[in-house]
Design a protein around this ligand. Structure first.
Ligand code: 13P
Length: 251
């Protein structure tokens, strides 16, 4: 069975409430008539509820940029998966490089968040990716493998069907330096192979693996033409309705 491509916009901590609503509406309009691909947006937490209203009548999938592993409790600054679901969120980005490197989230924390998301019915996007120094030292596969296997610890085969993986080389994020299509495909194939080892080949073939890191209208077509690239996790270019529209309509 072919994998349905997923084009995902990570808005990070950008855009006012009004700008978020306007962009949500623009993305909804871009999706009119699209049946062969899925489109997701992840606005900053504070505007999720309002954006949910703005895209309510569209197929646009709403995601959170992180999620707590418990339903409720003394977790200042965190968002409950149950509350997120209540307001219309159905996916969550987890282990983004900014969470790992700016906020020091460990593989163990990412794993807890991922298990919690699955328990409460949110589909996780598990982000993995190496630093520039890792790549220069030939450590790319080792780093990606560790983040993947630790992130998926305790996830059953049945649960894995709900998981999306995103490969985001840290050196390509927000730098304008995209991984070449060959570099990206090489790591995506490695990730799929690793999933086949951790689970089984047939299941690994079903899992979507997104590429993220300076995806733009100019490079999306060649990236999406790679056999193991099933979508894009887009930062900067997702903030501009025209750029994101073009990315959604990759050929
Ligand atoms: P850019 O597309 O701005 O490089 O960001 C990628 C990213 O971090 C998406 O999660």
């Amino acid at each position: 069975m072919a994998r349905t491509p997923l084009i995902a916009g990570n808005w990070k901590m950008y855009l006012s409430l009004a700008e978020s609503v306007a962009l949500g509406q623009a993305v909804a309009a871009s999706c009119a008539g699209l049946t062969d691909r899925e489109v997701m947006i992840a606005p900053t937490c504070a505007v999720l509820s309002t954006v949910a209203g703005a895209i309510a009548d569209s197929p646009v999938i709403l995601a959170a940029q992180n999620v707590a592993w418990e339903q409720e409790g003394a977790f200042t600054g965190e968002s409950s998966p149950v509350t997120l679901k209540d307001i219309g969120v159905s996916m969550a980005i987890l282990g983004h490089s900014e969470r790992r490197h700016v906020f020091y989230e460990t593989d163990e924390m990412v794993n807890q968040r991922l298990l919690g998301a699955l328990d409460f019915g949110l589909k996780p996007i598990l982000c993995v990716g190496e630093l520039l120094e890792d790549r220069e030292q030939g450590q790319t596969f080792e780093v990606v493998q560790k983040q993947l296997s630790k992130g998926l610890q305790g996830v059953t085969a049945k649960q894995l069907e709900q998981v999306v993986v995103a490969y985001e080389p840290v050196w390509a994020i927000g730098t304008g330096k995209t991984a070449s299509k060959e570099q990206a495909q090489e790591v995506h194939a490695f990730i799929r192979g690793k999933l086949a080892t951790l689970y089984e080949k047939k299941l690994a073939e079903k899992i979507r693996i997104l590429y993220g890191g300076s995806v733009k209208p100019e490079n999306v077509d060649s990236l999406m033409a790679q056999s193991d690239i099933d979508g894009a996790l887009v930062g900067g270019a997702a903030l501009n309705p025209d750029s994101f529209d073009r990315i959604i309509h990759f050929i």
